[in-house]
Write a protein that binds this ligand. Structure first.
Ligand SMILES: Nc1ncnc2c1ncn2[C@@H]1O[C@H](COP(=O)(O)OP(=O)(O)O)[C@@H](O)[C@H]1O
Ligand SMILES: [Mg+2]
Length: 479
């Protein structure tokens, strides 16, 4: 039996998987059942007329790139290499100082034992007594009261929408267009002051691109996400041609549009935006949900100027400490481990947070190529190969570099304190986190919104003349 220090026998990102109580860890050798292809938002790209500076590729899912870079295993060969298909079993864990013994019988072809020294254990997970006795501040924050408030609010919301049907909704204007269909501003016929966003997705398109599972996941996760930093989903509908999601309306428009008009943000504005995203991620990650499609187009500004995450088409509930392998995201924002099909977890969201910071402060993401393949090649060369413009302050560039580490386990936020480590970073020094959570701070950009149906902060879109065919296979039975 060989005993190998864990650090050399197994990539450190896997340590978390084992030590967080998953007794068995299988390194995934192949693609996954939820892989699919064909999501895109080409319609938006062509209709909205993107400026060159803020051009963005369409989101991708399931198509694995084949890259040949020095020092990197091409994704296709990762998929085929059977030696990677190994199983790791945690046999015995010595958590206290007293000596413990255990007998293990190894069967052919043999066992490789991996160990982790106490210092690394403490750094990644922390001292167990410390964890056990730690005050998480629940009492101070009145967590109980907040959660019962939320429950009450939530059941009031369900009642409010109980009797609303598609026939009660009147179309006002289009807010966004994508490969899936459109997002419309709608109002209640009997109360025009009550306005919402209605995402209408063509069922035929969903089935053709094998996105059924993702659409269900989008619905389930958004229904579950009850935080001010994520757009609320109130109700879903379906008919022969579409599935619909009735959502909270954000009339301030996309952060992307504001960034396009301003070219770039100052530190204060960027810090506020990233702060809102951090709160959203904190909430989602604590529920074992990873987001996977961060970019300014998916950040909406509400009428007071607070920012909310929308578009959960690529979000996935993987559970805390678990990994997934689906290749998805928007090329400029995908992390190296996604490109290399090594498996990814919530740390891929931290990577994208670094990319977002860079884009907000400069107007363009750090890794951009003429096509997705070129972008992936540049991403794999790492953040240190990028020359940061002077307008990015030193503290900001240090934080970006800490978030965009090639090794997911080295990214800020991956340690035992999680996202708190990012919130405590010097770039956020003096930021009023309580004021953000309680909405008592004044947002840096307060949009002009003249009424509940004012869509002037959105680009304009022509009418959709394409009527999709019926799709009646029944996959959406539970939608
Ligand atoms: N709740 C909402 N309020 C206002 N605008 C919205 C809302 N949801 C979506 N939109 C608009 O529609 C666009 C597309 O919606 P999104 O859910 O991101 O679809 P896609 O999956 O095609 O990217 C968004 O970028 C935004 O401009
Ligand atoms: Mg989107």
């Amino acid at each position: 039996m060989t005993v190998t220090p864990l650090a050399s026998g197994l990539s450190s990102e896997a340590i978390r998987e084992i030590w967080f109580g998953h007794v068995r860890l299988k390194v995934h050798p192949t693609g996954h059942a939820d892989d699919a292809c064909g999501a895109g938002k080409g319609a938006k790209d062509s209709v909205a007329g993107l400026s060159q500076q803020l051009y963005r590729s369409s989101p991708l899912i399931g198509s694995m790139p084949s890259l040949a870079l020095p020092g990197h295993t091409p994704a296709s060969s990762v998929q085929n290499s059977s030696h990677l298909s190994r199983e790791i079993v945690v046999c015995s864990v010595q958590l206290r100082d007293d000596r413990r013994t255990a007998s293990c019988i190894a069967l052919p072809p043999g066992v490789e034992c991996l160990t982790i020294d106490r210092e690394s254990f403490n750094q990644l997970i922390g001292d167990l007594n410390e964890l056990r006795n730690k005050d998480y501040g629940d009492r101070a924050r009145g967590a109980q009261r907040v959660s019962s408030d939320l429950q009450a609010q939530s059941s009031a919301i369900s009642k409010e929408f109980e009797n609303i049907t598609l026939h009660d909704l009147e179309l006002v204007a289009t807010l966004g267009v994508g490969g899936f269909g459109r997002v419309e501003l709608v109002q209640l016929t009997h109360d025009k002051n009550r306005t919402y966003a209605l995402k209408c997705m063509k069922k035929k398109h969903i089935v053709d691109t094998r996105q059924q599972e993702h659409v269900f996941s989008e619905k389930t996760i958004m229904l579950e996400a009850k935080t001010p930093f994520v757009v609320r989903l109130y109700k879903t509908f379906k008919d022969r041609k579409y599935v619909y999601m009735l959502m909270e309306l954000c009339l301030g428009g996309e952060l992307w549009t504001i960034l396009r008009d301003k070219s770039c943000f100052d530190d204060l504005t960027a810090r506020f935006c990233v702060g809102c995203v951090l709160e959203a991620f904190h909430y989602l990650h604590s529920k074992g949900i990873i987001y996977r499609d961060l970019k300014p187009e998916n950040l909406l500004v509400d009428s007071e100027g607070f920012i909310k995450l929308v578009d959960f088409g690529f979000a996935k509930k993987i559970g805390v400490g678990r990994k997934t392998w689906t290749f998805c995201g928007t090329p400029e924002y995908v992390s190296p481990e996604v490109i290399l099909n090594k498996g990814h977890d919530h740390s891929a969201d931290y990577w994208s947070l670094g990319i977002l910071m860079y884009e907000l402060l400069t107007g363009t993401p750090p890794f951009t190529g003429a096509d997705p393949m070129k972008t992936y090649n540049i991403i794999l060369k790492g953040i240190d190969a990028i020359e940061f413009p002077k307008k990015i302050s030193r503290t900001a560039s240090l934080l970006i570099k800490k978030l965009c580490r090639d090794n997911p386990a080295e990214r800020l936020g991956y340690g035992k304190n999680g996202i708190i480590d990012i919130k405590k970073n010097k770039w956020f020094q003096g930021f009023d986190w309580d004021g953000l959570i309680n909405r008592t701070i004044i947002p840096p950009i307060v949009p002009k919104v003249k009424g509940p149906a004012d869509f002037s902060n959105f680009d304009s879109y022509p009418l959709d003349k394409d009527i999709p065919p019926d799709e009646t296979s029944g996959w959406d039975h539970d939608f």
